[in-house]
Design a protein around this ligand. Structure first.
Ligand code: ADP
Ligand code: MG
Length: 544
């Protein structure tokens, strides 16, 4: 079973004009239906099994959309906006798809009645512009605060991002870790300086944050037991050199007719290896990391000289070590001088659950940290990683762009009210269109209610009333099956998420509305023109 929504190639609509538009809108609707139920703290997760039988459990819109093999050209737009939301701000991926789908759904009757798509697009753009102004207006600026206050705020944002995920039970625990991890970075907050490692087993609360670089101990040969496992002020050689004796047949073919000759070849090999090892030893390094294998001879050699070594270190870990500790990755043993060695205050190899980890702490150059996640099943850990990614992105965003709005549908209800009020002041088709978009925005609180099993109509009525009376931060209260002031409840989201989500959703809707014909070129391998009589080319002269 392929996890795809059946929008098969054969069924692709090739009509033009209105029917084409309507069919595109319908296709988007079925995508929206696929992710609809995942929204919010009470959203459900999706189990997706791909063609190779790999199962993924996720609540993240972008991840789900990526895994669904969507082939409908218009519906793919939605996948793209989810991905871009993920890359740009990291959270709000389900919301953006829902909003785009709902905008389209609300304007569909107008398309069917023959309103020109350009008119609709113009109205959407106008509505978007009004929303942007309002969000910027309403967003609560986090003006220069004390460190403690800033921290509390960041933790709240992280907790809101995580409250819809599988790990929501542990969100307080993880929001502390996430904020620690992000605050340990330098001003640019580079995402790749936070490493996430997963060790199955143990409970989620055993997860820990290591300030510095950490990675799983690599495969090692006999001899490593004797190497020291902990150093202070160590010098690290980062290599891309193979320190292993090759089986002779791998390298070349040599014809020898006696044992002596053969011995010479072997001796030469050993000599080359020993020369390399000696150079590394001379450089003064006491930890040797290599991307390529380090064999048993080398391991023994290093152990005898009190040097720790690890081969087959994954490239990203090697790079992160290099960024954090300085130095350079060397591809030849000839120029290993003290100035290309990385430095760190403390190195040790430590047991974490069933795995051993190499930890580098007190790195002088870049600020970096590594999250070591513990937990039951593999899929569970993967989803935890994705959820933490959302939370990390949110914290980074909030630090960079420090203003927040209330979540839980509060901001959407307020924008909806704004548009409805505005629509009453204008005349013509635009009035109806803007009102339709206002209705579209209500999808977020409505879906939050639906997913929690609440009576959406009832709660939305209450919300409309509150907002009309000026309660601008009122949204769905997931715990009480009621409405509440979500700003006071600390359901906060960075305003940039909402800005980005609305812009992307409106743009996607406009794009789908502006397409009125799909022309598909034949697939590669198929005859270029079936049934045509021109196959032979013109210059042949004589008919066949
Ligand atoms: P997305 O992929 O769009 O981030 P989520 O499943 O994370 O989707 O759901 C996010 C929505 O859930 C947002 O609209 C957010 O305001 C809302 N939300 C998060 N936490 C709460 C809460 N505690 N109470 C009410 N709404 C919440
Ligand atoms: Mg989210």
């Amino acid at each position: 079973m392929q996890p795809q929504i059946v929008l098969l190639k054969e069924g692709t609509d090739t009509s033009q004009g209105k029917p084409q538009l309507v069919s595109n809108i319908n296709a988007c609707q079925s995508i929206v239906d696929a992710v609809r139920t995942t929204l919010g703290p009470r959203g459900m997760d999706k189990l997706i099994v791909d063609a190779h039988g790999k199962a993924t459990i996720s609540n993240d819109g972008a991840t789900i959309m990526k895994l669904l093999e969507i082939i409908h050209p218009a519906a793919k737009t939605l996948v793209d906006i989810a991905k871009s939301q993920d890359a740009e701000v990291g959270d709000g991926t389900t919301s953006v798809v829902l909003l785009a789908g709902e905008f389209l759904k609300q304007v569909k009757p107008f398309v069917e009645e023959g309103v020109h798509p350009r008119v609709i697009i113009k109205a959407i753009r106008k509505a978007l512009q009004l929303c942007m102004e309002k969000i910027n207006d309403m967003a609560v600026q986090i003006v220069e605060q004390s460190k403690d206050q800033q921290r509390a705020l960041l933790e709240k944002c992280a907790a809101t991002a995580m409250s819809s995920k599988l790990i929501h039970q542990q969100k307080d625990f993880f929001s502390r870790i996430v904020v620690d991890a992000v605050l340990s970075l330098d001003e640019l907050l580079p995402l790749n300086m936070i490493g996430i490692k997963k060790v199955t087993g143990g409970s989620l609360e055993e997860s820990q944050l290591v300030s510095g670089v950490a990675f799983k101990k690599t495969f090692s040969y006999a001899g490593f037991e004797m190497a020291p496992k902990s150093y202070d002020n160590c010098k690290i050689a980062l290599l891309n050199i193979e320190l292993e004796l090759k089986a002779e047949r791998d390298n070349a073919e040599i014809r020898v007719d006696n044992v002596k000759e053969y011995q010479k070849v072997v001796d030469a090999e050993w000599q080359i290896l020993y020369n390399k090892l000696a150079k590394i030893h001379e450089s003064g390094a006491n930890v040797v990391l290599s991307k390529l294998p380090i064999g048993d001879v080398a391991t023994q050699y290093f152990a005898d000289r009190d040097i720790f070594c690890a081969g087959r270190v994954p490239e990203e870990d090697l790079k992160r070590t290099m960024k954090a500790c300085g130095g350079a990755v060397m591809t030849t043993a000839n120029d290993i001088k003290p100035n290309v060695l990385g430095l760190c205050k403390h190195f040790e190899e430590r047991q974490v659950g069933g795995e051993r980890f190499n930890l580098f702490q007190g790195c002088p150059n870049a600020k970096t940290s590594t999250l070591i996640l513990r937990g039951g099943a593999e899929q569970f850990l993967e989803e935890t990683e994705r959820s933490l990614h959302d939370a990390i992105m949110i914290v980074r965003r909030t630090i960079k762009h420090d203003s927040v709005v209330a979540g839980g549908g509060a901001i959407e209800m307020e924008l909806s009210k704004l548009l409805r009020d505005y629509s009453r002041t204008i005349a013509g088709k635009e009035q109806l269109l803007i009102a339709a978009i206002a209705k579209g925005l209500e999808i977020i609180p409505r879906q939050l209610c639906d997913n929690a099993g609440f009576d959406a109509t009832n709660i939305l009525n209450k919300l409309r009333q509150k907002h009309a009376q000026g309660g601008q931060w009122f949204g769905v209260d997931i715990n009480k099956e009621d409405i509440s002031d979500n700003y006071e409840q600390c359901v906060w989201e960075p305003s940039i998420i909402k800005i980005n989500a609305l812009t992307a959703a409106a743009e996607a809707a406009c794009m789908i509305l502006s397409v009125d014909e799909t022309i598909k070129s034949p697939k590669a391998g198929e005859p270029p023109m079936a049934g045509g009589g021109m196959g032979m080319g013109r210059g042949m002269g004589r008919p066949m």
